[in-house]
Ligand binder design. Structure first.
Ligand code: AMP
Length: 408
C-alpha cells in the first residue's frame, strides 16, 4: 500500500473545519480592506525563487522541491507566495496600468524542511501584498489587516514584534558592525552561521540551531533619518490599535526585506511564528519592473489553527434519516432532501442496511435526531422524530416535522 510522504499530512475533521474557518475569516477581512484575490500557480520557474527568495536562504539552498520537467525546464513548487505574486503583478502590467494594488493569496507552499511539530513540507499560507506605496500607513494597515484576520478567527494568544532593517543607505554599516562583532567569536558560531557571517550576518541573530549568541554589546542598527522617520510613523499609527513590542533583533529569513519587518508569535519554541512579513521596496525593480515599493506578510494557516486551539462552536442540530423498509426508501429520500432544503444539516443516509445498522450510523456521526420512516409513516405522510439523547420519539405530519426541525 502506498503511504503518505514524510512531512505531508492528510487533514480532516476538526482541523479541516478550522482551516476553512480561518480562510473564511481572511476572505471576510480582506474584503473589508478592499484587498483583491490573486491566484498564482503552485509551480514556477526555479530561477524565480533562486533570485528573489534569495540564494543565501535555507529555502533555496536546500528546501526547494525543484526538478526538470518533461520539457527540460527547471521548475520548482513554490516555497512561498511573494515572488509569484510580484511576478504576476509585473507580468499582468499592473505597474503601468494600476500600480497601487493590494492583493491576497491563499494556497499551499512546499519546503523540504526537516519535519517536526509545526513544520511540514506542505503547508498553507494566507498572504497579502500591498504594492505601490512606501507610506508608513501601508505598513501599518498591512499589520492591522493581519491582526483583524487573526482576531476574527479567534486566536488571541500571540505577541507582535516589529523592527526596522533600514535601507540600502543605512544597512551596510550595520551589516559591517555585525561582521566585526561576530568575527571574534566565529568559532562559537554554528556551521551555518559561520557561512552566514560574510554573506548575510543579520541572519545570525535569527539562528534556530543553537539559539542567541550575542551579549549586551551587540551593535544596534542606526537608522538613517528617513528610515527612522518611517519607523516612528509606523509605530505611531499602530499605537493603541495593537499591542506590539519593538525587537531590535528581529530579522526575517528571506533576502528581500527592507525597513519594517514584523512577526506574530504564539507560545515559545523555535516554530512559534504564526505570521511574518515586512517591506520589500527593491523586489519589483530587481525583477525587471519599475521601482515600486511594497509591503506584505504571510500567515501560516496550520500554526494559526494550532495557536487558537479548540473552540466551542455554537451547536447546530444534525439529523439522520432512517428507512425501515426498501419500499419506504424513495419517501425517506425525499424527506431527507426536504429537511436539507430547509437549512438543517442532514448527512447522507444510504438506506442500504438494516434498521439497527442505520441507527448505529446515526450514533456514529453524532446525530441529535433520527427521522424514522416505516410503512405506516409512508401511508400517512408522516415521520417519526426520535431524540437520540433522551430516546423520546413521536410521529409528526411531514410538513410539521420539517418546520419543527428548522425551528430547533
Ligand atoms: P515565512 O514565509 O518563512 O516567513 O513563513 C510565514 C509563516 O508560514 C510562518 O510564520 C509559519 O506560520 C508558516 N510556515 C513557514 N514554514 C512552515 C512549515 N514548514 N510548516 C508550517 N508552517 C510554516
Amino acid at each position: 500500500m502506498s503511504k503518505l510522504l514524510r512531512g505531508f499530512k492528510d487533514i480532516f475533521g476538526k482541523e479541516a473545519t478550522a482551516l476553512t474557518e480561518l480562510e473564511n475569516s481572511a476572505r471576510k477581512i480582506f474584503k473589508l480592506y478592499g484587498v483583491e484575490e490573486l491566484r498564482i500557480p503552485a509551480l514556477e520557474l526555479k530561477e524565480l525563487f533562486v533570485k528573489f527568495t534569495g540564494d543565501t536562504t535555507d529555502i533555496v539552498q536546500k528546501e526547494m522541491y525543484a526538478f526538470e520537467d518533461n520539457g527540460g525546464r527547471l521548475v520548482a513548487l513554490r516555497p512561498e507566495g511573494t515572488p509569484g505574486v510580484a511576478r504576476a503583478y509585473i507580468e499582468n502590467n499592473f505597474p503601468n496600468e494600476n500600480p497601487v494594488k493590494q492583493f491576497f493569496y491563499i494556497g499551499n507552499m512546499y519546503r523540504a524542511e526537516r519535519p517536526q511539530a509545526g513544520r511540514y513540507r506542505e503547508f498553507e499560507q494566507i498572504g497579502a501584498e500591498f504594492f505601490g506605496s512606501s507610506a508608513p500607513s501601508a505598513d501599518a494597515q498591512a499589520i492591522l489587516l493581519l491582526k483583524d484576520i487573526v482576531k476574527d478567527f479567534g486566536a488571541t494568544d500571540y505577541k507582535v514584534k516589529i523592527n526596522s532593517l533600514g535601507c540600502d543607505k543605512c544597512r551596510p554599516a550595520y551589516r559591517q558592525a555585525l561582521i566585526e562583532y561576530f568575527k571574534s567569536s566565529k568559532d562559537t558560531l554554528c556551521e551555518k552561521c559561520q557561512t552566514r557571517l560574510e554573506k548575510n550576518p543579520l541572519r545570525i541573530l535569527d539562528c534556530k540551531i543553537d539559539g542567541p549568541k550575542f551579549d549586551a554589546n551587540l551593535p544596534v542598527q542606526k537608522l538613517c533619518p528617513e528610515c527612522l522617520e518611517h519607523f516612528e510613523e509606523v509605530k505611531k499609527l499602530l499605537d493603541g490599535k495593537i499591542p506590539f513590542e519593538v525587537d531590535p533583533r528581529l530579522v526575517r529569513g528571506l533576502d528581500y526585506y527592507s525597513r519594517t519587518v514584523f512577526e506574530f508569535q504564539a507560545g515559545s519554541g523555535a516554530q512559534n511564528a504564526i505570521a511574518g512579513g515586512g517591506r520589500y521596496d527593491g523586489l519589483v525593480k530587481s525583477m525587471g519592473g519599475p521601482q515600486i515599493p511594497a509591503v506584505g506578510w504571510a500567515l501560516g494557516a496550520e500554526r494559526t489553527v494550532a495557536a487558537r486551539g479548540q473552540v466551542n462552536e455554537p451547536k447546530e442540530i444534525k439529523v439522520f434519516v432512517v428507512s425501515m423498509d426498501k419500499a419506504c426508501n424513495l419517501y425517506a429520500f425525499d424527506i431527507m432532501q426536504e429537511i436539507r432544503q430547509s437549512g438543517v444539516q442532514t448527512p447522507c443516509a444510504l438506506f442500504d442496511k438494516n434498521l439497527k445498522a442505520q441507527m448505529k450510523q446515526a450514533d456514529k456521526i453524532k446525530a441529535d435526531y433520527a427521522v424514522i420512516i416505516g410503512q405506516s409513516e409512508l401511508n400517512s405522510n408522516t415521520a417519526v422524530l426520535k431524540n437520540l439523547e433522551t430516546g423520546e420519539q413521536k410521529q409528526y405530519p411531514r410538513a410539521e416535522l420539517v418546520k419543527l426541525l428548522k425551528d430547533k
